[in-house]
Design a protein around this ligand. Structure first.
Ligand code: TGC
Ligand code: FAD
Length: 387
């Protein structure tokens, strides 16, 4: 019998087409060579390596599914694989790409005017303009319909007041896609960083996603021209469509984090000798390793099918919720177990497990908490809304 790929026991890689495999390999190589040597330092310093943004742009990973406007025009399966390889490095790295692509470039492409697309998408693809996405407010993240940020019409302009909380890239972004309540329902606005009355504040003391910038946004009578309003969508389905795309990517991402943890612990338990034999000779250790491989394999197959559903335009939000829930939970549990199997050595960033474990505490909370996704699946099964 031939030896299997330990991180891909069902050879999902063979189900990919040549382009998808090439994308996965090129991003994976970049993560190994350029990102992994820096990540522990940035995680400790609480910074994102902004110096790598031009290289990420050269790899074509910003707005990778958009056709035209200097974007790569890849399929969604490839976008998922990009997220998987980035998150094998760090969830903060994948977050940066999720926000730029799914939460900022996607709404401009899907809901923006032609002038907005031409102005913003090419520089965003090149990484020259960085975006952030403001939906969550401090009082109620899971219930965005209750937002208090308001945009009021004033002649040809809008005046925006309110605040947003927990915003990835907030303090490093050049533009913010901000969702605000209007007399006509929720609408999206492109707010530029220099607009008077717009301010950001870095959130410090995070114990999770430290290699990512998270901020609060404040709007004090910010005057925004109507040409910066996204004209083609009204209501919660605007931001929820962006979330659907980001959650799709997050269904792939944590597979990478889990693979990184499993690989590390396979190496470690083969080398570590206790009671006169290597740790991986013990049945309990093997059972734990086998269980991790089972869960990673299940997640890979789920993500692959999700990719097919997305690329054939059949995908439903409930399917994305189930995949995001399962795959993040899988990775968080695996990271915690790997941390334990490294013993004392597992508590520093010399090993990857604790960093992934801490990061995944954010990933299970953002883009819809685990509970929110369970309730979406519950509603599908029962027809009853339990929110
Ligand atoms: P409901 O009021 O029933 O629906 C409103 C409208 O939206 C439509 N819709 C969707 N459209 C596209 N995609 C989806 N997933 C959609 N879900 C619903 C729906 O058809 C309706 O349209 P219309 O035309 O009838 O008006 O809303 P709901 O009951 O489905 O939603 C409730 C709930 C709780 C599921 C929703 O509010 C929710 O998902 N809450 C969680 C909020 C959340 O996930 N926030 C994330 C913020 S961004 C973030 O975390 C970024 S992290 C980035 C990073 O660093 O990676
Ligand atoms: P809450 O909604 O207050 O939830 C608190 C608890 O109540 C959770 O356990 C939740 O599951 C539970 N709960 C909620 N409703 C119910 C219910 N009906 N029944 C039972 N339990 C329930 N947001 C953005 O808009 N843009 C970003 O870029 C962004 N980046 C983020 C980055 C990080 C690092 C983090 C941590 C968050 C980010 N968020 C962002 C915000 C994120 O989406 C929210 O934190 C998340 O949606 C949860 O909202 P909340 O924190 O207000 O928690």
């Amino acid at each position: 019998s031939r030896e299997l790929d330990k991180l891909d026991l069902f050879d999902v890689n063979a189900m990919l087409n040549d382009e998808q495999r090439m994308v996965k390999e090129s991003i994976g190589r970049w993560v190994d060579e350029r990102f992994l040597p820096l990540v522990a330092e940035h995680f400790e310093a609480h910074t994102f390596p902004m110096e790598l943004v031009p290289e990420m742009a050269d790899l074509g990973l910003f707005g990778s599914t958009i056709q035209g406007y200097d974007c790569a025009g890849l399929d969604y399966m490839s976008y998922g694989l990009i997220c998987q390889e980035l998150e094998r490095g760090d969830s903060g790295l994948r977050s940066f790409a999720s926000v730029q692509s799914s939460l900022c470039m996607f709404p401009i492409d899907a809901f923006g005017s032609e002038a907005q697309k031409q102005r913003w998408l090419p520089p965003m693809a090149k990484g020259e303009v960085i975006g952030c996405f403001g939906l969550t407010e401090a009082h109620a993240g899971s219930d965005p319909a209750s937002m208090k940020t308001r945009a009021k019409k004033d002649g040809d302009d809008w005046i925006i007041n309110g605040s947003k909380m927990w915003i990835t890239n907030g303090s490093v972004a050049d533009i913010a896609i901000v969702w605000a309540q209007t007399d006509d329902g929720i609408q999206g606005f492109i707010i530029e960083k220099d607009m008077p009355g717009f301010d950001t504040e870095l959130i410090t003391r995070k114990m999770s996603l430290r290699a990512s910038v998270t901020s609060a946004l404040f709007f004090d009578d910010v005057r925004v021209p109507d040409s910066n309003r996204l004209p083609k969508v009204k209501g919660l389905k605007g931001p929820l469509s962006c979330l659907s795309n980001a959650r799709f990517g997050i269904s792939f991402g944590p597979i990478g984090a889990a693979q990184a943890c499993l690989q590390e612990v396979l190496n470690y338990t083969a080398e570590r000798v206790l009671f006169d034999r290597s740790l991986d000779c013990n049945q309990i250790i093997q059972q734990k390793l086998a269980d991790m491989a089972r869960r990673i394999t299940t997640a890979q197959l789920l993500a692959y099918r999700l990719g097919q559903l997305k690329d054939s335009n059949q995908i439903q939000p409930t399917q994305i919720s189930l995949a995001k829930w399962n795959n993040v939970r899988m990775a968080l549990d695996i990271a915690r177990e790997c941390r334990d199997m490294l013993g004392g050595a597992g508590i520093t960033t010399e090993h990857v497990a604790i960093r992934h474990m801490l990061n995944l505490e954010s990933v299970i909370t953002y883009e819809g908490t685990e509970t929110i996704h369970q309730l979406v699946v519950g509603r599908e099964l029962t027809g009853k809304n339990a929110f």
